[in-house]
Design a protein. Structure first.
Length: 462
C-alpha cells in the first residue's frame, strides 16, 4: 500500500480540509483578542463567553482552526501535565497535588462539555496504559507508579505481565501502570466541534490571518491590527514565529503513522478491547491509540527539531521516521508485520526550557499566554483556558481569586532557550542520547536506568 505523507494529518484526511473562515477585514477592536485557533484559544474563548456573554471576543488564526498540534496530535485526552515535579519542589507537595487533581478532573470536564455541545469526537474513556518491556523500564514504571500514588492517584493500578496481556498483548511486556484518567479522542472532530460551538456563542473567528507581533493591547496582522484590553497568546509550538519570541518555546517535532483498518482476527490476537491509550517507559517514548475505525495510530519523536525554530507546513515526514515508527509498531505487535501504513504526518509542540507548562496574565499590560505543554496539551489546554478565564475576571474586578488562579503553574517564569547553533546541537544530541540509552537498556537487561539517559535528563532539565 502507498503511504500518504503529510497533508496536515490523517485526522484531516478523514474529515476533509475545512473551508477557511474570512480573514480579518481591517483594523478592529475587541474586549479580548485571542491569538491562535487551537485547543487553548478556542477553549479560552468558550469559557470566557459562557462566563461573560456580553464580551466581544475575537480569535485570530494564521491558517485554520486546528491547523497546528490540535489537529495533528495522538488523541490522548489524559491527566499528565509538564512540570509537576518541579512545581512540587518550588511550591510544596500539596500545591502540586492540587494541580494534579485539577488535571484529573479536566479529563471529565472535556468529556462533559463535548456531550453538552453535541460534539462527537469518538471519545472513549478507557484510561491510559503505560507498559514496560525491559528490566530498566520495569524499574522506572514501578517508581513512576509510586510517585503517581503519592500525588493522589489512588485509583491507579499496577499490573504484572499476565494482567497486562489481558488488556493489550504487547510483545515482551513485563508490567504496566493504568490510570482511569484518560480517553481516546479524534483530535480534529474535537477541534472542529469546539470552533463551531464557540462561533455559535457569538465569538468572531478570523482565519488565514497570521499575527506577526503581539504587544500590549495590540495584535498586529498583515490585514490590520486588533486592539483589545486583553491580548492572549495561545500559539504553543508556533510561538517562535512571533516577533521577539524566537527563543521563548522550542517547537519540538513529533511524528505519527496510522495503519489500515485491522481485521477482527488481528484484534483477537492483540486484544485492546478496552481501547486504552497506550504508552511505554522508553526514554524516546511512543504513544498510540486504537481508533474508532479499528486502526492503530502510533507516534514518537522523529527529527526532533528544525534549525532556527522552523515549523513545518503540511506535516510531511521523513521516510526514515516513517520506517522507525513502523519498526516500533512491529516490535510491540509482531503480527502486524504485513499491515499497511496508510498515512504519516508530523507537527510541532511547545517546549519551555525547564519543561514546565504555564499560564500567565500580566496585569500591568493585559498580555496573557498559556502553553508549553510538552505533548500533554489535549487536556492541559482546557485547564489553562479555564484558568485564563478566571484570571481575566479577577483582573477586571468581576470575581476574586479562585482555586484555579492559585495553582502553582500560574505566572511561572521560564528562561529562554540558547541561541543557535547551540539550540539545534543540544536538542539533536539529547535525543540521540535517549535513543542510545534505550538500545543499551534493551541489550544490557539491567534494572538500572542507563547513565546516558540520566545525564541527558540533567542537561535538558526534564
Amino acid at each position: 500500500m502507498n503511504t500518504v505523507n503529510g497533508g496536515i494529518s490523517f485526522w484531516y484526511a478523514q474529515q476533509g480540509a475545512p473551508v477557511p473562515r474570512e480573514p480579518l477585514p481591517g483594523d478592529a477592536t475587541a474586549d479580548v483578542c485571542i491569538v491562535g485557533g487551537g485547543y487553548t484559544g478556542l477553549w479560552t474563548a468558550y469559557y470566557l463567553k459562557k462566563a461573560v456573554p456580553f464580551l466581544n471576543i475575537t480569535v485570530l488564526e494564521a491558517a485554520f482552526c486546528g491547523y497546528g498540534a490540535s489537529g495533528r496530535n495522538g488523541g490522548w485526552l489524559y491527566n499528565g501535565i509538564a512540570g509537576r515535579d518541579r512545581y512540587a519542589r518550588a511550591h510544596g507537595h500539596e500545591a502540586a497535588q492540587r494541580l494534579q487533581r485539577a488535571m484529573n478532573d479536566t479529563v471529565g470536564e472535556v468529556i462533559t462539555v463535548a456531550a453538552e455541545e453535541g460534539i462527537d469526537a469518538d471519545i472513549h474513556q478507557g484510561g491510559v496504559l503505560e507498559v514496560a518491556y525491559t528490566p530498566a523500564q520495569l524499574a522506572r514504571l514501578r517508581d513512576f507508579h509510586s510517585v503517581e500514588l503519592a500525588f493522589g492517584e489512588t485509583d491507579r493500578l499496577l499490573f504484572g505481565a499476565r494482567e497486562t496481556a489481558e488488556r493489550i498483548r504487547v510483545a515482551g511486556a513485563v508490567g504496566s501502570s493504568w490510570t482511569p484518567h484518560g480517553a481516546r479522542i479524534h483530535p480534529v472532530k474535537l477541534v472542529q466541534g469546539l470552533s463551531a460551538a464557540v462561533e455559535a456563542l457569538g465569538v468572531t473567528i478570523h482565519e488565514s490571518t497570521p499575527v506577526t507581533e503581539i504587544k500590549p493591547k495590540h495584535a498586529v496582522t498583515p490585514y490590520g491590527t486588533v486592539r483589545a484590553p486583553y491580548v492572549l497568546r495561545c500559539t504553543e509550538g508556533f510561538t517562535p514565529t512571533l516577533k521577539g519570541l524566537k527563543r521563548t518555546w522550542l517547537p519540538m517535532n513529533s511524528s505519527m503513522i496510522v495503519t489500515e483498518p485491522l481485521s477482527p482476527a488481528l484484534w483477537d490476537a492483540i486484544g485492546w478491547d478496552g481501547r486504552e491509550t497506550l504508552g511505554d517507559m522508553a526514554h524516546a517514548y511512543m504513544y498510540a491509540q486504537r481508533t474508532a475505525d479499528d486502526r492503530i495510530a502510533i507516534g514518537g519523536r522523529g527529527v526532533p527539531y528544525r534549525y532556527g525554530s522552523r515549523t513545518d507546513n503540511d506535516g510531511r515526514t521523513q521516510p526514515a521516521t516513517v520506517l522507525a515508527l513502523r519498526e516500533i509498531l512491529i516490535r510491540l505487535f509482531p503480527r502486524l508485520a504485513g499491515a499497511g501504513i496508510e498515512h504519516a504526518w508530523s507537527g510541532v509542540l511547545g517546549v519551555p526550557r525547564d519543561w514546565c507548562a504555564t499560564v500567565t496574565l500580566d496585569r500591568s499590560t493585559g498580555l496573557g499566554w498559556a502553553g508549553g505543554y510538552v505533548g500533554s496539551g489535549v487536556a492541559t489546554a482546557n485547564l489553562a483556558a479555564r484558568t485564563l478565564r478566571d484570571l481575566i475576571q479577577q483582573d477586571s474586578g468581576q470575581a476574586g481569586p479562585t482555586e484555579l488562579t492559585t495553582l502553582p503553574w500560574v505566572d511561572h517564569q521560564v528562561r529562554t532557550w540558547e541561541p543557535e547553533p547551540l539550540r539545534w546541537l543540544g536538542v539533536h544530541t539529547l535525543y540521540a542520547a535517549y535513543r542510545a540509552a534505550d538500545r543499551r537498556e534493551s541489550a544490557a537487561r539491567s534494572t538500572a536506568t542507563d547513565r546516558i539517559a540520566t545525564l541527558a535528563d540533567r542537561i535538558s532539565g526534564r
